[in-house]
Unconditional design. Sequence first.
Length: 318
Amino acid sequence: MYKKPVKADDDTSVLKLLIFIYYGRWKIFLTAVLSVTVLIGYFYTQPKPQFKAISPIKKINISQARFYDKFNSIYNELDSEDNKKEIETGPFIIDAETLLIEYVEILESKITIKEAIKKFNLLNREDYIDDEEFNENVALTAELIKLIEPNENEKRKFWQLEFKYNDKEKWSDALAYIHSSTTKAVQESITNQFNQYVEINKNNIKRRIATIKTKINSLVLFELDNKKMKIVSLKSQAAIARELGITSPQLESSNYKTPNNNITLIREPSINNRAYLRGYLAIEEEIRVLEESPSHKLTKEIALLKLEKRALESSIYI
């Protein structure tokens, strides 16, 4: 059977295709460019894939904790029984555990986390109608940043901060801010509590000084009363001595009998036992000395109280 040759027709078809491509080359090129552009735009407009960031929260080491030894030594001096009665939280010593507790409590408040969300645009403000809606979403996002406590069963030794996000650089900056802001808040909290202890200690010292002053005044009044009473008594005895014309001391004698002998004791009259027998000259001299002496006698008890008061007054300014 005879077949009709088709080579010439095939050549014509190829030639027509080449001519079509040549004259439509710009349309083909623009179509290809448009397709690539749409493809690139699609990939760029797609949200970045999320990642899970886990940041451990560790205690400070021993060498870092030693920086607080001076504070603790000062606190121990202030930690009197009076202070403990006024401060319900009890002793406050700075160590690694205390700092970690303060740090975690501030993170749990979410204050520094919310600040970081706004500062580093973890949420875009332009995506929300008003500030109220934006702040609500900031609060919701802050709750998504989880603070997970240690768990030995899950082999988790430290506290962890966990968050799912799609921008590693933004989250890294936000995390650095959260750490620095929380650390600053811990320092402010410790400083405020220390100032509270100092203020309470000062108030306690002032109360103790006031109590000592009251005791000193009471003792001084007691000594003054005794002095006045003694002077009145001596003046009475001097008047009796003048009335009886006794100028010099008259010795008193007492007789005692024993089985073998009679004993006579001779002594000067005592103040409480007929002091006028000492003679008005001696009595009036004693009155003069008493009247010219300081307002009160500095007893040992008053002296000790004054020393204690002076020491307290000095410590209040340390």
